[in-house]
Design a protein around this ligand. Structure first.
Ligand code: NIG
Ligand code: FE
Length: 425
C-alpha cells in the first residue's frame, strides 16, 4: 500500500516514548512517556523522519519547498501516540461462541465448558469447513477493526484448525489478509492450542504431529515467525510444552507461550529457551519473578480474558513491575475468552483491576508490545527512522485513553505511513 508524505501538526500531547534504552522497559521507566507539547511529526515513505515543535516543522526548508506534496493533518490539540502493538490475538475463527457465553453466564467455568466439548474445540469445525478466502476476509475485518481502535501492529495466531491442512490454511489466511492491510502482521503457529477431538486422550501423539509434521512445514514455507503453545491445566503439560519449544527452536521459529492462565507452571525450564513473551501470567510462582526479571522475556497480561470470563482475580501487575519484570498488554482477541479488539479497553482494565497507571499501560501497549514481538527496533515509539505507526485520539490528556472505557475515541490511525480513517476532529 502506498504511503503519502504526511505532516501532523498542532498535536496537544505527543507521547513519543523515545529512549536510548536497548532493552524492554521495566520499573520506573514504564512511566516515562517522553511527552512533547504542541508538536509535529513528519512521515515520508512510511517512516518517521522528524519529530519536533509545530513551529520548527513548518520552518523546515525541505517542507517549505515540498509543501504541496505533503498532506497536512491539523490535530487541533489532540493526543498522538505510537500505534498500539497488539502482541497476542487469535483472529482465525469462523464465528462467535454464543452457547459458551450463555453457559458461563449460567455458572459453568471455562474449564467445565471445554471438558464438555465446548471451548476451543467448538471453534474447530467452523475453521475446518471454512474456505481460505472466507477466513482471510474474517481476519481482514478484524485487522480493520483493530486499526479503528488505534492498533497498527498485530500478532496473529493460528490454532483453531488443529490439523496439518487447517493449520496451514489458517496461517495462509493470516498472510493473505496481511497483504491487504497497511499495518504490520506477525504470524504465529499455535498448532499446540488443544488436542483435536479425533485424538482426544492421545495428546502425546498430537504433540508428535505438531513437532514432526506441522512445525517443519510451517518453518520451511515461512508461514510463521513464532511458535506458541497453550501450557496449562486441561491443555498441554509442561513436559509437552517443552517438546514444542525444543522443536520450534530446532526449526528456527522464535518462541512464545500461553502460561499460567488457569494454574501455575514453573517458568525456569522455559526461560532457558529465551522466549519473546509468556502470556496471561495469572498464576505465577513468586520465586519465578526474579528469574523472569533478569531475562528479556516479556510478561504479557491479557485482562480482557479475565473480564470476559467473569473472573475477579487479575494478574498481579504491581508485583511483576516491582520485581523488575518487563510487562506488556494485549487483547488476546479470540471467540472464547476475549472477544475484544480494543487496546484502550484492555488498558482501562489494567488500570482499574491491576492498578497499573495510565502511563504504564501506554508503555505496555506500545514499546513493550513491540519488544514482545522482537520488533522494537522499528515499532512502538515515535522516533526518526522508525515505522510511521501513529494513533490520534480525540482527547486532550493521554490519561483519558484508559479513562473513557467502552467508547472508541481513536480519531485516526496511521499504519506504515497510510492513514486508515478520515480524521473526525
Ligand atoms: O488465550 N488460553 C488459550 N487460548 C485462548 C482462548 C481460546 C479459546 O477459548 O478459544 C486464550 O484465552
Ligand atoms: Fe490467547
Amino acid at each position: 500500500m502506498k504511503s503519502k508524505p504526511l505532516l501532523l501538526t498542532n498535536i496537544g500531547q505527543l507521547l513519543t516514548l523515545r529512549s536510548t534504552a536497548t532493552s524492554p522497559r521495566r520499573g520506573t521507566s514504564l512511566s516515562d512517556l517522553a511527552i512533547s507539547e504542541n508538536a509535529a511529526v513528519l512521515c515520508l515513505g512510511g517512516k518517521i523522519v522528524s519529530v519536533g515543535s509545530t513551529k520548527e516543522a513548518l520552518r523546515d526548508p525541505w517542507l517549505k519547498k515540498n509543501r504541496k506534496k505533503v498532506t497536512e493533518i491539523d490535530c487541533c490539540g489532540q493526543v498522538v501516540l505510537p500505534g498500539f502493538v497488539d502482541s497476542h490475538t487469535h483472529p482465525v475463527f469462523a464465528g462467535p461462541r454464543l452457547v459458551d457465553f450463555e453457559k458461563r453466564i449460567a455458572g459453568a467455568s471455562y474449564e467445565e465448558i471445554a471438558e464438555a466439548g465446548g471451548g476451543i474445540r467448538s471453534s474447530i469445525d467452523g475453521v475446518r469447513r471454512a474456505s481460505k478466502p472466507g477466513l482471510t476476509n474474517r481476519v481482514l475485518a478484524a485487522l480493520d477493526d483493530l486499526a479503528k481502535h488505534g492498533t497498527t501492529t498485530v500478532e496473529a495466531k493460528s490454532g483453531y484448525g488443529l490439523s496439518f491442512e487447517s493449520e496451514t490454511k489458517s496461517l495462509e489466511a493470516i498472510l493473505d489478509a496481511a497483504k491487504q492491510w497497511p499495518g504490520t502482521v506477525v504470524p504465529t503457529f499455535l498448532g499446540a492450542h488443544a488436542v483435536p477431538p479425533e485424538l482426544r486422550g492421545r495428546s502425546q501423539e498430537y504433540v508428535d504431529i505438531v513437532c514432526q509434521q506441522m512445525m517443519p512445514a510451517v518453518a520451511k514455507r515461512k508461514l510463521a515467525r513464532f511458535a506458541d503453545v497453550f501450557c496449562d491445566r486441561g491443555a498441554f503439560s509442561a513436559d509437552e510444552a517443552e517438546q514444542i519449544f525444543h522443536a520450534a527452536d530446532q526449526h528456527g521459529l522464535s518462541l512464545r507461550a500461553h502460561m499460567g492462565q488457569l494454574g501455575e507452571t514453573r517458568l525456569e525450564p522455559f526461560l532457558r529457551y529465551n522466549p519473546a513473551s509468556l502470556d496471561h501470567m495469572d498464576y505465577v510462582n513468586d520465586a519465578d519473578l526474579p528469574t523472569l526479571a533478569m531475562s528479556d522475556t516479556i510478561a504479557t497480561f491479557v485482562p480482557g480474558a479475565n473480564y470476559f470470563l467473569g473472573l475477579t482475580r487479575y494478574p498481579r501487575a504491581r508485583q511483576f513491575i516491582e520485581a523488575g519484570v518487563a510487562v506488556a498488554l494485549a487483547t488476546d482477541y479470540n471467540p472464547g475468552s476475549s472477544p475484544t479488539l480494543s487496546m484502550p479497553m484492555v488498558m482501562s482494565l489494567a488500570c482499574t483491576h491491576m492498578k497499573m497507571s495510565p502511563a504504564e499501560a501506554i508503555t505496555a501497549a506500545t514499546i513493550n508490545g513491540a519488544w514482545a514481538l522482537r520488533i522494537a527496533d522499528r515499532k512502538g515509539s515515535i522516533e526518526p527512522g522508525k515505522d510511521a505507526d501513529l494513533a490520534v485520539f480525540d482527547v486532550r490528556d493521554y490519561r483519558e485513553i484508559a479513562y473513557w472505557f467502552g467508547a472508541n475515541h481513536c480519531a485516526l490511525t496511521i499504519l506504515n505511513g497510510v492513514a486508515h480513517s478520515p480524521p473526525t476532529g
